[in-house]
Write a protein that binds this ligand. Structure first.
Ligand SMILES: *Cc1c(COP(=O)(O)O)cnc(C)c1O
Length: 223
């Protein structure tokens, strides 16, 4: 059973301009269906294989988000099913998305994942890489890619001041680049830090365990 009490509380608590992406990775199908029946239409996964399976199984009015690091060799597989790639973190990945999107005659929505955490984070662009991407985009290098905004993950800590300053950094990066991406999606905030994220200007939350409970599902995925 999902936590319907939390879900309805969350919907009431947050401004109507903030989207909720339900992070359904490693959650069993009946739980997704239960949330779908409550009206939720945006779901996030971190494995391509699991996203593709669920996208084919569930109603097609669901918008599927990929949140986890995306390998270039998985791009082709996910493009037909994905609504928003939140984890774009390199020029190499953008070039691959462009190459495959043009074959499908599709425009692909992406967020740039920015490294905002003080802790060592494996994935995400630096501000310098963001500037390089912006330059290439302005030269029309990625005609089949729609840059919609930014995604960030804060340090895993109970220091709320640190989390808040990291989220504020992402918000200021978004503000500094409105000449390029006006009205950006700012995807920040998970089960444990969503309130801090909203205070810092988030307009898209990615909530998993607080809605679905702990992840325990074995996906048989070898990714
Ligand atoms: C798993 C995950 C989430 C959801 O985390 P919870 O703590 O379960 O809410 C959000 N964002 C990303 C990128 C994730 O990988």
């Amino acid at each position: 059973m999902i936590n319907t009490e939390f879900y309805s509380h969350l919907q009431k608590e947050i401004p109507s301009t903030v989207d909720i992406v339900a992070v359904s990775k490693m959650q069993p199908d009946p739980k997704l269906l239960e949330l779908y029946n409550l009206g939720q239409r945006q779901f996030g996964e971190n494995k391509v294989q699991e996203l593709v399976r669920k996208a084919q199984l569930f109603p097609d009015d669901i918008k599927w988000h990929i949140l986890g690091h995306l390998q270039t060799n998985k791009v082709k597989q996910v493009l037909p099913f994905v609504y928003l790639i939140q984890s774009v973190d390199s020029i190499k990945l953008l070039k691959e998305i462009q190459k495959e999107a043009i074959k499908l005659d599709k425009i692909i929505n992406v967020l740039l994942q920015i490294k905002i955490a003080k802790e060592e984070q494996k994935f995400g662009c630096s501000v310098k890489e963001l500037d390089e991407i912006k330059l290439l985009a302005n030269q029309n290098t990625f005609p089949n890619i729609h840059f919609k905004g930014y995604m960030g993950i804060a340090t895993f800590t109970d220091n709320n001041n640190l989390i808040g300053s990291e989220f504020s950094l992402l918000k200021s990066i978004a503000d500094e680049n409105v000449d390029w991406i006006p009205d950006p999606i700012i995807s920040m905030g998970m089960s444990d830090d969503y309130a801090i994220a909203i205070a810092a200007g988030s307009n898209m939350l990615r909530i998993g365990s607080a809605i679905f409970g702990a992840r325990n599902y074995n996906t048989d995925s070898k990714e």
